[in-house]
Design a protein around this ligand. Structure first.
Ligand code: TK8
Length: 336
C-alpha cells in the first residue's frame, strides 16, 4: 500500500489495501472450537476452510482452532456463540435440542440407511429448513459436516442381540431421544458431556458409549473399552455454526466467504471422514478391541424395539418436522 499525505479518507485506504482479486475484508481471527481431537477429520475440514479463506481474503482471516473441548462442551461453546463471545463451533446437533427442539429429528433411531441418504436430506430442502430455524436462537448454520453413523463400545460383552443391552450403563449425549432409545433397549442410560466420557469409562462409572469409528479411534476409547459392535443405530450430523450477533457485523461479501468456505470444508471433511472410517475400525482392532457385526434379523429386532421412540419424541421435535423428514425420505427412497 502506498501512503499519501495528508492521511487519505477511509474509502481510499480500503481501496488500496486489497488487491483486486481479493474481497474487501477486515483482518479477522475467527475462533472455532469442537469436542474432538485434532486427529479427527474435522481438522481436515478446518484446514480446507482456512485454505479457502487464504484464497478469498489474501491471508486476512485466520481460524484459531481449539480441540478436545478446550473451550467447553458443544453446548457451552454454542451458548458462547449466542452471546457473541465466540465466532464458530463445529458441533453435533444432539446436545443442542434444548436450544432448537427440531434438531431432535436427527436423533431418531435408525433414521438414515447410509451416508448418501444423510447427504441428500441435509443438503436438500429439509436441511435448509432446519438451518433457517437456527436464526431464531442467534445461530447461523454455515454447513452440515459429518460426525457419522454411531456404533456401540463397551467393557462387558459383544452386543449381538437386543438382550445384550440389559442393564448396561451406557453414556448417552445430553439428549432425551438418545436417553429414551437406550432406556427402551433395556440399558441404564446415563447422559453426560463428551469431555467426561473417557474418564468415566476408565474409572468404570459407565460400561459403554456410542460414537462413530473415527471418534472412537481419535478419542483413544480403545484404551478403556474392550468390545465394539456395529450397531449403526443413528447418524449424527455436525453443524458448522456461527454466532449470528457477530455474523451480522460482517459485510455481505464477508458473509458469503464464510458460507462458501464452510461448504468447501464440507466436501473435504466428509471425504476424510469416510476414508478414515474403515482405517479407524482397523486401528482400534489392532489396539485390542473385539469387533462384531450383528445378524440383520437381530438389527431388525433392535430397530423394532426402538421404533416406539418416534411416536414419543414427535411432539417435542414438532410433528410437522418429523412428517417433513418422513416425506423427504419416502420421496428419496422412491427415487424422486
Ligand atoms: C464431540 C461430540 C461427539 C458426540 C458425542 O464434541 O457427544 O458423543 O458424538 O463426537 O460432538
Amino acid at each position: 500500500m502506498t501512503r499519501r499525505n495528508p492521511v487519505p479518507p477511509l474509502a481510499a485506504i480500503l481501496a488500496t489495501v486489497a488487491l483486486p482479486a481479493w474481497a474487501q475484508v477486515e483482518t479477522r481471527t475467527i475462533t472455532v472450537s469442537n469436542g474432538v481431537a485434532e486427529t479427527h477429520p474435522v481438522a481436515n475440514g478446518i484446514d480446507a476452510m482456512q485454505a479457502c479463506f487464504d484464497e478469498r481474503t489474501g491471508g486476512a482471516w485466520t481460524l484459531a482452532a481449539f480441540w478436545s473441548g478446550a473451550l467447553g462442551s458443544d453446548l457451552d461453546a454454542t451458548q458462547a456463540l449466542r452471546s457473541g463471545t465466540q465466532e464458530m463451533v463445529v458441533t453435533s446437533t444432539s446436545p443442542l435440542v434444548g436450544i432448537e427442539p427440531a434438531l431432535g429429528v436427527f436423533d431418531l433411531p435408525f433414521l438414515f440407511a447410509d451416508e448418501a441418504e444423510a447427504d441428500a436430506i441435509l443438503d436438500g430442502e429439509f436441511g435448509t429448513m432446519i438451518s433457517e430455524k437456527m436464526g431464531a436462537s442467534g445461530l447461523v448454520n454455515l454447513a452440515y459436516w459429518e460426525n457419522g453413523f454411531r456404533n456401540l463400545t463397551n467393557s462387558l460383552r459383544p452386543v449381538t442381540k437386543l438382550e445384550d443391552f440389559d442393564g448396561m450403563r451406557v453414556r448417552v449425549m445430553q439428549n432425551d431421544i438418545f436417553l429414551d432409545t437406550f432406556s427402551t433397549l433395556g440399558a441404564n442410560a446415563m447422559p453426560m458431556a463428551f469431555g467426561e466420557v473417557f474418564t468415566a469409562l476408565e474409572t468404570g462409572t459407565i460400561d459403554a458409549q456410542e460414537n462413530p469409528y473415527v471418534t472412537i479411534d481419535t478419542s483413544q476409547f480403545s484404551e478403556v473399552q474392550d468390545y465394539l459392535s456395529e450397531t449403526r443405530h443413528a447418524y449424527t450430523p455436525f453443524m458448522v455454526l456461527f454466532s449470528k450477533t457477530l455474523f451480522d457485523t460482517y459485510s455481505a461479501e464477508e458473509q458469503q466467504i464464510l458460507r462458501d468456505c464452510a461448504m468447501e470444508g464440507q466436501g473435504v471433511q466428509r471425504e476424510a471422514s469416510r476414508a478414515l472410517s474403515q482405517e479407524s475400525l482397523a486401528r482400534v482392532q489392532e489396539a485390542g478391541m473385539e469387533f462384531n457385526q450383528l445378524e440383520p434379523a437381530e438389527v431388525e429386532r433392535i430397530r423394532e424395539a426402538a421404533a416406539v421412540v418416534y411416536e414419543r419424541a414427535s411432539a417435542t421435535i414438532g410433528a410437522d418436522v418429523v412428517d417433513g423428514m418422513t416425506a423427504a425420505l419416502d420421496e428419496l427412497r422412491a427415487g424422486g
